[in-house]
Design a protein around this ligand. Sequence first.
Ligand code: SF4
Length: 739
Amino acid sequence: RPRQELDAVDTVCPYCGVGCALTYYVDRSRGAIAFAEGRDQPGSKSRLCVKGRYGWDYAASPQRLTMPLIRKESSYPKGPLSADVRGDAYNDRGRAGAGGDRSAKLSRNGKDRKRKPGGLVDYDEVLPHFREATWEEALDLVARRLKEIHAELGPGAIAGFGSAKCSNEEAYLFQKLIRAGFGTNNVDHCTRLCHASSVAALFEGVGSGAVSTTYGDVANAEVVIITGSNPTANHPVASSFFKQARRRGTKIVYVDPRASTVAEHADYYCQVKPGTDVAFYNAVMHEVIRLGLVDMDFVRERVSGFEELVRTVADYPPERSAQITGVDAGLIREVARVWGEAKAGVIYWGMGISQHTTGTDNARCLIALCSITGNVGRPGTGLHPLRGQNNVQGASDAGLIPMFYPDYQGVDREGTRRRFEQAWGVELDPERGLTVTEIIGSVLKPGGVRGMYMLGENPFLSDPNINKVRKALSQLDFLVVQDIFLTETAEFADVILPASSYLEKDGSYTNTDRRVQLGRKVMDPPGQARVDWEIIQDLARRIGLDWSYASSSEVFDEMVALMPSYANLRHDNLGRTGKLYPNADPEHSDGTVVLFDERFNTDDGLAHLVPAQWLPAKELPDAEYPLVLNTGRLLEHWHTGSMTRRSFALDTISPVAEVYMHPKDAADRGLAHGQTARVRSRRGAIELQVRVSHREQLGNCFIPFHFREAAANLLTIDEIDPYGKIPEFKFCAIQVEAL
Ligand code: SF4
């Protein structure tokens, strides 16, 4: 149909933290989206990557959940019910299978459909273990069971995992339900697996977990450091801003163990060994100090902890760091000089920094490097952790974390707690709650968590050491999963609630830049699936909370009233392009690009430097497991693949799980490109295809974690960073062998 006959609806891409603005053109006569187009917005300038342009068809998948489901009494024990992940399939003897059963049929609501290559939950196998239910019956059961567990074992026996896929309003209501309804702060979401360590370091160092400047501000920078990140795959549109800036003269320093395509655009490429970031950045600071390139005026007026930092980095001359990091001492010196002499520089970092047991220390070094060179608080300077999911910034802002109410207001501060008690009309728990990573461990301990509400999360594939996750989920007394598909985690559920995709509701989303944008409803949810905030509200009422929100904008207004950072924002003043927060006048201003121009958000207004010593990773290679595994994402897929592997275009481009290996590592094992190999760690084994790649370092392998049939997190270690509680997804010891 011609464009003018299509209905244009503005919303936001559901994938990465760039949060590109897009418009769907909807053919109402077919009830379907015809195509998507990028919309002009300061942060995306009408650009979209392949996921934004083509990756929306999953919402119309015939596999959408359309009815509440209740596990049949006879269907125990709980656990993965599909053949390829059942029983001992995931152990060091079994086959997880490369590609799984490629011809199995999927069924939903009587419709059969050939399964595309690749592993998805087999509905035919799993659905017989559940029966359809009405919403009344399902919600009554959820409320009754969670209340019983709460009454019998206390608030600490309840926990909730929210999701960064949800809107701000849903995140706000979900944490409010767990806190106000069950009296516990055991509520968290996937930021714990993403940038929790960055947030811990930023909050400690500058008093705010958000970015201090936007990625578009790269245009004002003389030099940028991009580190622990592959933005071409993970933040493609932001990456286009970096490359554009490079063409206009901004120097790029790229620091990463993998030689991604960014390395080809960089002026300086430092291929650090995995897990050596502290040693690298301490050496850079050592040189900055030695060369007299510290901005002493800035340090005197705006920084605390400089003397201790100087003492610590004195032990990291470039020659010593070169031995640890593998980066030539001369290159470290050159990077220090280029950074120290630049008038304006920004550091952008990704999960190669955060997803380590030293993730908080890694981020502390970046904060210190920016601070001692005065690179904060002016255009073209600052700190920017490139956030993962499209609403991970917003979900964190909205309080979906166990130590903070909305806007990072500490649950353990009495005055703050009293204010929230007054606002919500209930008594609240004065103790910090458990994180995602701690909740899984707690289920396995006496007196731990027994009942869980899981909203849009899929920890069976996303969390480390999934055999442990399997054990925990199967031992819960009660699990309710609210999602749009039958995920691997839903296979453990007692009740499954059919939810809405982002296309089926109004709500706001906050991107990595702090831009709050409105996502607008494009179509109705399928069958009896419902909008998530309405489900949460119905459950809240059943457990005795007096909620009566009539719209997501009403929820937003209540949330904003409790969040000084979001002051003045309303659904009706976000416009078509959204607004940055903080924003004193959203009717006339896009918001504040650069934070901390006069003071930091800490109590004393200073940046607090926290020096770090380099520590090796928790599980080092040895004779039996001589290679290092790094896990991450591909351009075409997203997290556990529940959405992108149901997108025809995306799964067609990238249908197969692969292990990326250095040519010599492959050759030493008699492995050729395309051959199937077994990868094993101390925790399990998977089989998948070999991709020989010059982008990998000798001794290091990369596996994306999107593929159920070759689940990378079967291999990963569940050690966590002591501050941010983030797992070590970027480092564990493995062996790869021919079959
Ligand atoms: Fe979506 Fe990120 Fe791609 Fe933009 S860059 S279209 S937000 S996945």
